[in-house]
Design a protein around this ligand. Sequence first.
Ligand code: SF4
Length: 384
Amino acid sequence: MCYTLGLAERLSMSDSVWQIRRPSSGIPRAAAPNLRGMSRVELGEWLTRELGAPRFRADQVFGWLHLHRVDSFEAMTNLSKRERAALGERASLDRLQVDTVQRARDGTRKLRLRTTDGHAIESVLIPNDERGLTQCISSQVGCALDCRFCATASLGFTRNLDTWEIVEQVTRARELLASEALSEGAEWTPRITNVVYMGMGEPLHNFNQVRRSIEILTDDVGDAIAGRRITVSTSGLVPAIERFAREGLGLEVGLAVSLNATTDPVRDQVMPINQRWSIATLLAAVREVPTSRRRRVTFEYVLLRDVNDTDGDARRLVSLLREFRCHVNVIPFNPHPHAPYQRPSDRRIQDFVAILREAGVQCWLRTPRGDDIQAACGQLAADA
Ligand code: SF4
């Protein structure tokens, strides 16, 4: 069931407590825990508690799951028969099923995956400049926010993804790349070098599962993706950004803030979350995120024709971001049937970017990737 709530219902207006209401079912809990969603430390504790297994078993099981990507406990041949049987009784290795894989003209691929309780989520593989791929992954089924330019918003919010469902998107993508390389007779399998939490859902609304999934994806015994190659986006959930800062995630993992307006009245309209946390409040929270020398905060700015694309907007953006070590991703709007906006003209886009660059703002103009299969930024809606 998909719960479509009004924004007032989704956001508690209490000053001390913030929450976005969730369906009472939350994440469906299987009777047996899915070992794919445990960090290596958690796995070690669980194996010791449930099986009395020595700690090194955690490295073995973790490697089977995240390096060798096995489907069954039977395949874990360096475990004893007794341990494999006990795991089969007490743990699960459920998987997401791959519904469809679409390939765009520019090589971008969109995977639609099916959860065990029947929901569709999407994940996108985008070729990057390093001869590898950047994977854009989802963190929720639908989304509770209501960003007006975003197709996912049209789905409403159903539930958070569990940790294993987040990690599994990368596992399934790696399997796809390996099987493609095999069938094409390629000498090597393309690598997923970067992961961005910019798919369906607001990642910081699912903070604990997202954090644990990062722990798993960066583990040397598994996917070993460097933390500095992971970026988490947010629409501006200020208390969660404060938590991100407090817990030091920003030292390694990047934060991308979806800003998209330079005045509160416009942002109120484009991103209703701004009615709860204004631009000034949001930027004050972002200022507290610790950054390393290698890491800058990213601000995303979706350019919408006649809404936020004037020279005045560009100059206000320069002034808002003056104090930040940041870069700005300017993303010309990717049209889709769920939003009332249009992409600005090429001339307008170039002029906007030129003002930022002349003022010394590090700025990238994003070309749409995979827009012919509705895989570009803001277009994911699981074919709603
Ligand atoms: S842009 Fe992100 S936070 Fe906003 S509605 Fe879409 S998925 Fe949710």
